[in-house]
Design a protein around this ligand. Structure first.
Ligand SMILES: CC(C)(COP(=O)(O)OP(=O)(O)OC[C@H]1O[C@@H](n2cnc3c(N)ncnc32)[C@H](O)[C@@H]1OP(=O)(O)O)[C@@H](O)C(=O)NCCC(=O)NCCS
Length: 233
């Protein structure tokens, strides 16, 4: 379960010691943990992402809430994105903090008009507060969601607000059958967020994630179309 030091990942060259690896699928940057850890070549990783998105458009960038909007990243977002992706506390349960080079690679990767990783911005000011990963996962009607926000914007209900909007989008507009999210033991904010969104903790992968010389449980949460319909009456 180690990433070879210096092996290329989807967002840059990994140089940190394997003992710090966290196995958080897609959480930070839209990469699958197994890709990161297997040392897969960049092309292979990218193919995995592309395959999930080929075929039909999800256009999540059209999602708006009262305070927030989603949009594709641009190169001008470098400073804003570096400010949170390089923060060890933010990245604690996601990945190693990103270098400038990794941030640039992250930004150059998630361009286009319907990317799986979208900037989360304050409406009006277009201020980047973080990003959301929202993408099809293996089946056309199954989606994964995750969030990474700048610490300045934590605990303001932003992740809940955009999460609710994306669940509405998934079930109402995209005809999703299932939306899931993963996190790890100790990430209380993510666990609370998923519970607030009405996601059920459906699986625990016991001590499956290597993090700072410890093995952590990995949690899978989901909401199904039937749950969503029940809640809406
Ligand atoms: C997880 C994260 C996205 C939550 O974003 P957020 O905008 O602060 O979340 P919200 O303000 O919508 O809060 C959602 C719930 O979590 C709770 N919460 C937020 N931060 C918390 C924390 N540090 N500890 C415990 N609970 C927390 C809130 O009180 C709220 O609970 P409630 O619905 O019962 O009132 C944010 O903490 C983050 O970006 N963390 C770093 C990256 C990460 O770990 N992402 C998760 C990967 S899936």
């Amino acid at each position: 379960m180690e990433t070879a030091t210096g092996s290329p990942g989807a967002t840059g060259w990994r140089t940190s010691p394997p003992s710090r690896r966290i196995v958080q699928p897609w959480c930070g940057d839209g990469r699958r943990a197994s890709d990161r850890q297997s040392g897969a070549r960049p092309g292979q990783e990218h193919d995995t992402v592309s395959r999930d998105h080929r075929g039909s458009r999800q256009v999540s960038a059209s999602v708006r809430t009262e305070r927030l909007a989603l949009r594709p990243f641009g190169e001008d977002d470098f400073k804003a994105v570096r400010s949170y992706l390089s923060d060890p506390q933010v990245m604690r349960y996601v990945d190693d903090p990103y270098s400038d080079k990794q941030v640039r690679r992250f930004l150059s990767r998630w361009v286009g008009d319907d990317p799986p990783v979208l900037a989360l911005v304050r409406r009006g000011k277009d201020k980047v507060v973080g990003h959301v990963v929202f993408h099809r996962y293996e089946h056309p009607d199954v989606y994964e969601i995750s969030w990474v926000l700048h610490p300045k914007y934590h605990r303001r209900g932003y992740a809940t607000e955009v999460g609710r909007a994306l669940l509405d989008h998934a079930f109402r507009d995209l005809g999703a059958h299932r939306v899931f999210a993963t996190t790890v033991e100790g990430n209380d904010a993510a666990c609370r967020l998923m519970a607030t969104l009405g996601m059920t903790r459906e699986a625990v992968l016991r001590k499956s994630t290597r993090h700072e010389d410890r093995w952590l449980d990995e949690y899978y949460y989901s909401v199904l179309d039937t749950d969503y319909a029940d809640r809406r009456g």
